[in-house]
Ligand binder design. Structure first.
Ligand code: TXA
Ligand code: MG
Length: 324
């Protein structure tokens, strides 16, 4: 059982929980979101843990307005026009990630783009009070449908989260439209609460729609971050010239000769490992090593998503889309 608080009186408690790195299920105008402080990697890791997601899909960073959005992503006149026309509302804009953006790498799954949305109502007030973006996927466990009432959130996730804010049934009832804005082009990644026609009317520009039906997980189709350096998994021994991505207290043989070493979690904590995964991979990628050798990582809980990501990083490279 999670505590369920009415949105009219929940602000201070929800804020306190988020500041403590906890998850809070919140109403938005589309569907309920499972929110965490987007700057706190361990808190964001808890989202994937609670949803039981087998992989790290990038998350939407929810903002309280265009000013906060522009501290995270790079806007051009077209994306700015879209934000001004549809925010707050059910339109998520995928734009290039800015440098030094106050969102953890787990939110973007290491991509160089970021999905941004300004929600209506309680969610918007909560973000303004926090002063930072909230990472929030739909509040449902992996493989189940999005939730549109606090009762549905409780039935699905109630045993895994502490607090649900009840704002009544959501108005829109479907997820936000996800629109990638890139070099003057508009690419609809997911249909949702704002239609292509509305976007075309507001911008005077054509929207390119997905071919072959709805895209389930657009983030999986974007070229996911993969290190330029080769990746070798489940190593028992480090070879000369390799960098080491370690996990837990016990080192692989030859660890002393690694060109560089970073430990995902010295104590073997999977939540900490998830939070460090993208930043450590990126740092070791810059070490100029022959390969990144990765120690075995537990497969339970968040270990499934960590191993999935590493398997993709280690897979032979081609530039075609990664199947979701
Ligand atoms: O209405 C909504 O959008 C709700 C409410 C809570 O805001 N959120 C939601 O989040 O539906 P989620 O995580 O269930 O779906 C977000 C989708 C994912 O499929 C993810 O792959 C995609 O957005 N996404 C996130 N960042 C992306 C990026 N940089 N490029 C492409 N797709 C991205
Ligand atoms: Mg979802």
């Amino acid at each position: 059982m999670a505590r369920i608080l009415n949105a009219e009186t929940a602000l201070a408690e929800a804020l306190e929980a988020l500041e403590a790195g906890e998850l809070v299920a919140i109403p938005t105008e589309t569907v309920y979101g499972l929110a965490a402080d987007a700057a706190n990697g361990t808190a964001v890791a808890r989202i994937f843990e609670a949803k039981g997601r087998p992989r790290f899909n990038p998350l939407i960073a929810h903002v309280d307005g265009l000013a906060m959005a522009e501290r995270i992503g790079k806007f051009d006149p077209l994306s700015r026009k879209l934000a001004q026309a549809f925010w707050p509302g059910p339109l998520t804009l995928v734009v290039p990630l800015g440098s030094g953006a106050p969102v953890h790498a787990l939110v973007t799954a290491g991509l160089d783009t970021v999905a941004l949305r300004m929600p209506k109502g309680f969610a918007g007030r909560l973000i303004a009070a926090l002063g930072r973006p909230l990472a929030a996927p739909s509040a449902n466990s992996s493989g189940r449908v999005s939730t549109t009432t606090a009762e549905a959130v409780e039935a699905d996730l109630g045993d895994r989260i502490g607090l649900i804010v009840d704002g009544g049934p959501t108005q829109v009832g479907v997820e936000s439209t996800i629109l990638r804005v890139e070099d003057g082009r508009l690419l609809m990644l997911r249909p949702g609460g704002v239609t292509a026609e509305e976007i075309e009317a507001a911008t005077g520009q054509a929207v390119e729609r997905p071919t072959g039906g709805a895209i389930q997980a657009p983030g999986m189709l974007a070229s996911h971050y993969a290190p330029a350096t080769a990746v070798r998994l489940d190593v028992a021994e480090i070879l000369p010239g390799e960098a080491l991505l370690a996990f837990g207290p016990v080192r692989a043989r030859g660890a002393a000769r690694a060109m560089a070493m970073l430990n995902l979690s010295p104590t073997g904590d999977l939540r900490e490992a998830a939070a460090n995964l993208f930043a450590h991979l990126q740092a070791l990628d810059r070490a100029g090593a022959a390969a990144i050798a990765v120690e075995p990582i537990l497969h339970h809980g968040l270990g499934a998503a960590i191993n999935d990501r590493l398997a993709r990083a280690a897979a032979p490279r081609d530039n075609s889309a990664i199947p979701a």
